[in-house]
Every structure is written in C-alpha cells, then in structure tokens.
Ligand binder design. Structure first.
Ligand code: ARG
Length: 257
C-alpha cells in the first residue's frame, strides 16, 4: 500500500502542470544566465487556495507567494513558483522538482515521514461549509452525509477517518468542491477557514458552521536531505516574524475584523 501511494505520488508530481508563473513583483520569468546570477528558489504550490495562493491575472499572489518572495530575497535568490495539484507537492519536494512546498500546508506526522517542515508561520483551522438551509448544525451531524474535500488535504484525511471512505468525495480544488456543494452533489465541504471564508463570501446561499473542526499549523516543506536550506529558511523566517513582515503580509490579505 505504501509503495503504491509513493508511485501514485510520483506519477502525480510528473503530471504536474508545468506552468511556471512569474512571482509577484517579479517580471523576470527566466533567471539571468551568468556566473553570478542569483540562484533560483523553486516553490511548488496549488494556487487555488485564497488568500494563501491564487492566480490574479498571470501571477500567483497571496500570503504564501509574498512570504516566499521575502524569503528568497533574504537568501539572495530569485523566486520561481510552479502551480501543481496539491497532492503532488510533497513528492515534488521529495524528488527535488521544487525546493520548497509552500501551500497553506499543514504539518502532519504522515508528511513528516517524507519531508521536513520549517517552523510554523500561520495557523489553519478546518471548518465546515454547508448550504444556508442545511440541517447540519455541528460536525457530528456529518455522519451519514456526503462530504466534499480537496484531494490529499488534511480535510480529506479527517473526513475519511471520522466518517468513512464512502462519505467522502474528492475534488482537485477547494473551489470545485464548493461548486459541488452548490449543485447538491455533496452535503458539506471540509476545508481550511480562510479559503472557506473567501468561498462563502463569493457565493450566495452558503454558510460556515461555528464549530472549529481541527486546528493546525502551516509550515514550509523542504526535502529531508536539504537541511542547509531548511536552516536558512528557519533563520530568515524568524527574522521576518521578528520585524513584523509576516504579520504585515497576513494583515494585508486577512484584514482584522
Ligand atoms: N491545510 C491543508 C493541508 O495541508 C490544505 C492545504 C491546501 N492548500 C492549497 N494550496 N491548496 O492539507
């Protein structure tokens, strides 16, 4: 089973969209050739996860994209972002297709078997989206219902563990899961709170349950054998936290109510 999962993960990584976007504020698409051209920090993400990462025009923007831009700057590198399926990010990091996975990604024991994680830079909360007139009032009411999730996310894992394989319908992106909720293909969607808020705001007829399902930490995934990069990232991250840069980026995308 483990090997099967691994093979699938590698296949997914290979099948990843090879669309490389210029990162925010960076119009140079290709790194400059030459002896002292700055090294490239390759970031893998799934840019359908506002406000952490989403496509605006031709750019990938959002909290993670901006944090990565500052990290690259501190490391004297240029940032290159590749958009891929969320489920392919870990193996892309593992196989050196990208240097970091930065995608509102939760630190889990299972993922720690495959990659290392930086210190956490944000908190995520799994929440439940339901139609406004739903009879689902708490997560317990999800028993016997059909739950839409984004494939290979922690929401997927929790829903499968708590309610069983037959209760879970997997979608490539959070937005497709929400579309399925709107057309009645599923009864609820389990997803991270900030994207959930964005989706509910953008769509009439949906609401969030008050109960928080699971609280988790977001961090940056780095290959296990690349501890040098992990150390540099942790140092840079600590500086960006200490000088308020991270808070500033988060406040820009998630204004305090
Ligand atoms: N926090 C969840 C997880 O790590 C969902 C992350 C989804 N991120 C994304 N960019 N689509 O599994």
């Amino acid at each position: 089973m483990k090997t099967f999962k691994k093979v699938m993960a590698i296949l997914m990584a290979l099948a990843l969209t090879v669309l490389t976007f210029a990162s925010c504020g960076n119009t140079e698409k290709a790194p400059v050739e030459g002896a002292d051209a700055p090294a490239v920090l390759r970031m893998g993400t799934n840019a359908a996860f506002p406000p952490y990462e989403y496509v605006e025009g031709e750019k990938i923007v959002g909290i993670d994209a901006e944090i990565a831009e500052l990290l690259a700057e501190k490391l004297g590198m240029t940032l290159e972002i590749t958009d891929m399926d969320f489920g392919g990010i870990i193996s892309a990091v593992q196989n050196g297709i990208v240097d970091i996975g930065l995608a509102g990604m939760t630190v889990t024991d299972e993922r720690l078997e495959s990659v290392n994680f930086s210190e956490s830079y944000a908190t995520g909360i799994q929440v439940v989206i339901v139609p406004e007139d739903s009879d689902i009032k708490t997560p317990d009411d999800l028993n016997g219902k059909l739950i839409g999730v984004q494939e290979a996310t922690t929401g997927d894992a929790y829903a499968t563990d708590d309610f069983g394989e037959e209760s879970v319908k997997r979608y490539t992106n959070g937005s497709t899961a929400v579309a399925a909720l709107l057309n009645g293909s599923v009864d609820a969607v389990i997803i991270d709170n900030e994207p959930a808020k964005v989706f509910v705001e953008q769509t009439a007829g949906l609401k969030l349950l008050d109960t928080e399902y699971v609280v988790e930490d977001y961090a940056i995934a780095v290959a296990k054998d690349n501890t040098e990069l992990l150390d540099k990232i942790n140092t840079a991250l600590a500086e960006l936290k200490a000088d308020g840069s991270i808070d500033k980026i988060i406040e820009k995308y998630i204004p305090a109510e």
